[in-house]
Design a binder for this molecule. Structure first.
Ligand SMILES: Cc1cc2nc3c(=O)[nH]c(=O)nc-3n(C[C@H](O)[C@H](O)[C@H](O)COP(=O)(O)O)c2cc1C
Length: 316
């Protein structure tokens, strides 16, 4: 089949520089930050720096902006434009279904508050000199028209690419991905459309690409503890790492987190990362349970030795 362009989806709490570095080892090129809140950026929230941190070796990086207050979006876009990061794309979040985001009419709520959405996009478009994209969901599972019309309007405002997560906002991350709606959008707009939803293995990507007609495939949860998914998509075949390779990569990822957050911060943030690498891989329950007790690099190394011993004692 024709080649697939694998793209990392933004994931709050995950797609930081260490996560991207793990994915880049397996061929990821189109990386992204997690969402950055326009208000947090304007008010100099210290978390913003870590979200925006770009590695010197990262050739291509998208930043994702979330917000619904035009004045905050204006100022935050200026900050992103004038700062040291030189992001290749600014993506506007119109897909986040989380209640505290929806309450302030941001994320997916903007798909239902379209006048406000168009105002937000226009403000960003005015300031951002580079490529501007929107990540959105579908508005109806049966009828393509509402999603298509919204997409067309966004394109008419200067949006140059769309990533469509083929689920309704109320479905959050579950249920089928409505590939027919993504296909209808792709056929209706002259800009690139990226298909998103439910890609955990090469076969899922092949199916999503075939059903939507999109060669650009965005992966979110499928990359957690599984950065070689990008290699699978590039090589168009399944890839099963050895346990040693899995554990080596996990160690690399955590070491990168220590550089980014210091030992204490990395060990707390890293627990869910460790779980992502080892859950479902046949490691004994007591080793998996000990992840929540990791507080120091030494704790992590002790667990790693036990995992390596366990892996060495069993066939994969
Ligand atoms: C933990 C987590 C965090 C997410 N954070 C973001 C985010 O910051 N911005 C965004 O547009 N979508 C976010 N998403 C949604 C994903 O980008 C993606 O659209 C969704 O998970 C569907 O793709 P998947 O089926 O491949 O996981 C997040 C999803 C998860 C699971």
């Amino acid at each position: 089949m024709a080649s697939i362009v694998p793209i990392l989806a933004p994931m709050a709490g995950y797609t930081d520089l260490p996560f991207r570095r793990a994915c880049r080892r397996y061929g990821l090129y189109y990386g992204t930050t997690a969402l950055i809140d326009a208000g947090a950026l304007v008010h100099d929230n210290p978390d913003s720096a870590a979200i925006l941190h770009r590695g010197e070796e990262e050739e291509w990086l998208q930043v994702q902006l979330l917000g619904s207050i035009p004045s905050d979006l204006r100022r935050s876009t200026e900050i992103l434009r004038d700062g040291p990061w030189h992001f290749d794309v600014l993506d506007f979040n119109m897909g986040c279904p989380v209640h505290k985001v929806a309450k302030r009419k941001a994320g997916a709520a903007l798909m239902r508050e379209q006048e406000l959405a168009f105002e937000c996009v226009s403000v960003i478009r005015e300031i951002w000199p580079g490529r501007l994209t929107v990540k959105m969901r579908i508005l109806d599972e049966e009828e393509p028209a509402p999603t298509v019309e919204l997409a067309q309007k966004l394109v008419s405002l200067g949006v140059q690419g769309l990533a469509i997560h083929g689920r309704l906002a109320k479905m959050v991350y579950s249920g089928p991905v409505h590939t027919n709606i993504i296909r209808a959008v792709r056929e209706a707009v002259p800009v690139t459309v990226t298909a998103n939803g439910g890609v955990f293995h090469w076969e899922d990507a092949r199916k999503l690409s075939e059903e939507t007609g999109c060669d650009r495939i965005m992966v979110a949860r499928g990359a957690i503890g599984h950065p070689w998914i990008f290699r699978e998509l590039l090589q168009q075949e399944p890839y099963l790492p050895t346990k040693e390779e899995r554990l080596d990569l996990m160690e690399f990822h955590l070491a990168e987190m220590v550089k980014e957050y210091g030992e204490r911060g990395a060990m707390i943030l890293g627990r869910k990362i460790v779980s992502g690498y080892i859950c479902g891989q046949g490691f004994p329950r007591e080793l998996r349970a000990s992840v929540v007790k990791i507080c120091t690099w030494q704790d992590f190394q002790t667990l790693l030795v036990a995992l390596r011993n366990d892996a060495a004692g069993r066939a994969y």
